[in-house]
Design a protein around this ligand. Sequence first.
Ligand code: SF4
Ligand code: SF4
Length: 306
Amino acid sequence: MKALIENIQHYSLHDGPGIRTTVFFKGCPLRCRWCSNPTTQNMGRELLQKPNECLGCGLCATLCPRDAIKAECGPPRVDRARCDACGLCAASCRGKALLMAGQEYSLDEVFGRIRKDMLFYRNSGGGVTLSGGEVLAQHAFAVELCGRCAALGIHTAIETSGFAPYEHFRALALVADVIFYDIKHLDPARHKELTGQDNALILANLERFLAETDKSVHIRLPLVPGLNDDAAHLEAYGAYLAGLPGVPERADLEVLPYHRLGKDKYAMLGREYGLGDTPPMPRAEAEAAVRLLRGRAGDLKVFCAA
Ligand code: SF4
Ligand code: SF4
């Protein structure tokens, strides 16, 4: 069994408790305007370009079998419509100005990387986080990987939008120790406008899972200025969560203030950044949003990411 992985990041401190190894799966059915990991969105390998690293040798243009690279005075120009992501140019680029996002890994290969960090997991209470992209887009691999981790006592977390068949979500969520579940907007039409997909499946999966199982879910709201931070939306959001099965005992809500850390990755992909000059969400505004949410969320614990 193989999976297309964008990156395996060691020593992460952000995706669950302790020191973690985060596996970023390729492929996502959503296209959130604020996505900070655009290099994980497409289910396929992609060419990344860092023009500032280019040595100007012109080798890539001579190697490309599809004539997709034009050597110029300065960094070469990539015609992405012609590129089929064969990776020949990146493999030979001495400046590391051309890189590939996405590599096929077997279960043994990913698990081998994970096992190297066992000491860090033990000493810090950490483990492994399966992220993306959307991990459920490659659910069978993810379930197997979580199962192997569990067999060795390695803590696991998943980060998901929940946009997948219920059975896929349930199978993975039941084997993971911690579930981070994004709800980006409550209004179906607005959700589709912001992410490319309606939210009906996401909400239905969460409601059913909380009703059918006794597992806890950590719900997350990426809070983006001007897109989902208005008072009417936050009040409706809090009220919706307060009425979910298992709340407040088996759920909480973490607000993730918008940041611009993924902006440079769009340039590396030759894509426009969807949020232009939107500034990062000020801490004070995120905390005001938390207060609004708390006002409608009953006993649900609501907090802001550190
Ligand atoms: S091979 Fe790399 S360093 Fe050389 S021109 Fe191409 S991008 Fe620049
Ligand atoms: S990845 Fe392959 S097709 Fe694309 S620019 Fe490089 S050599 Fe050409």
